[in-house]
Design a protein around this ligand. Structure first.
Ligand SMILES: [Zn+2]
Length: 134
């Protein structure tokens, strides 16, 4: 997990099943390599309000806009991960500290493998994750 793993919306690519899968792997929002079709046409990534495509949404004058609020709601309900909470944490403590903390938080407590936001269990040891929706 690196600082460049944080997509403009505040979600962390390393935690995504498409980033973690071995086949047809997505290389992440900020990469120029392979992406899922969904992320390839993301409105947040291509948002004209941003200075460039990498800029985080929390720097925008319109933050939090309707698009990010919708994404946040969907992710919070479905996966227990909030884009807006992430962006607010980054604003508050800086992206390096944010990444350091999230790395620890998303480690499987049983085997230390990085967990996935889209899965309820650890892909390595199969035990259920106790963060997010748990
Ligand atoms: Zn595990």
């Amino acid at each position: 997990m690196k600082c460049s793993s944080v997509a403009p919306c505040g979600l962390i690519c390393d935690l995504c099943y498409a980033f973690q899968r071995p086949k047809n792997r997505c290389e992440g929002c900020n990469s120029s390599g392979n992406k899922t079709s969904y992320c390839g046409k993301c409105r947040i990534k291509q948002c004209p309000e941003k200075a460039d495509e990498y800029e985080l949404c929390n720097k925008c004058a319109k933050y939090p806009c309707r698009i990010i609020k919708n994404l946040d709601k969907r992710y919070s309900l479905k996966y227990g991960e909030s884009a807006i909470a992430n962006l607010d944490l980054i604003k508050e403590k800086g992206i390096r500290a944010f990444i350091r903390d999230r790395k620890e938080e998303w480690k499987c407590p049983h085997c230390t493998t990085l967990l996935c936001v889209h899965r309820t269990v650890c892909q390595n040891c199969g035990r259920s994750r106790d963060i997010g929706r748990g």
